[in-house]
Design a protein around this ligand. Structure first.
Ligand code: SF4
Length: 177
């Protein structure tokens, strides 16, 4: 039985919500594959070996970069799911500004903040100078664009991957936002 692992990086978790929108067909998938890691389904922190790795979100922090490299090492096929992972997407809008400007705006100047300060804790991963799509850090084998991609296209792609094919997505299923 094939194994699937999924993680999210700098994103909104919407792509994983779309994955869960496969609904009852998830049962069909689990008869062909075991989900060994997936933040909303199987919350484990290590990176088990898997046939298919699915990554949501762009690379926004040092921790994102490290986790992306770990899942790449552990998976035979790596899939970028959603516009953030494929192209940077909404997460990369912060590239319009310098990193210090972004931190200042969020933690000091935001209307909801009083006496704010920029976090310095070692438990808060430092953000990178610029947000990157995942293929700027590791090799990617398959792309499922969309913000988020709909459940139908995710299911189609997973079925193809489980039969050993890199999916060619039918154009009517693909959406670019
Ligand atoms: S592609 Fe869209 S839905 Fe997916 S993580 Fe990015 S913003 Fe969220």
């Amino acid at each position: 039985m094939k194994k699937i692992s999924t993680i999210w990086l700098g994103g909104c978790s919407g792509c994983h919500m779309s994955l869960l929108d496969i609904d009852e067909k998830l049962i069909e998938l689990t008869s062909e594959a075991k989900i060994v890691k997936s933040t909303p389904i199987v919350d484990i922190k290590n990176f088990p070996q898997a046939d298919i790795g699915i990554v949501e979100g762009a690379v926004a922090t040092k921790e994102d970069e490290e986790n992306l490299k770990k899942i790449r090492e552990c998976c035979k096929i790596l899939v970028a799911i959603g516009d953030c992972a494929c192209f940077g997407g909404i997460t990369s809008y912060r590239n319009l500004f310098e990193k210090e400007e972004v931190l200042q705006r969020v933690f000091i100047e935001s209307e909801s903040v009083e006496k704010g300060k920029i976090p310095q804790s070692k438990f808060v991963p430092p953000i990178l100078e610029k947000v990157k799509p995942i293929n700027a850090v590791v090799t990617v084998d398959c792309y499922i664009p969309g913000c988020p991609p709909n459940a139908k296209v995710i299911f189609y792609a997973l079925k193809e991957l489980l039969t050993g094919r890199i999916p060619v997505l039918p154009s009517e299923m693909v959406s670019f936002e």
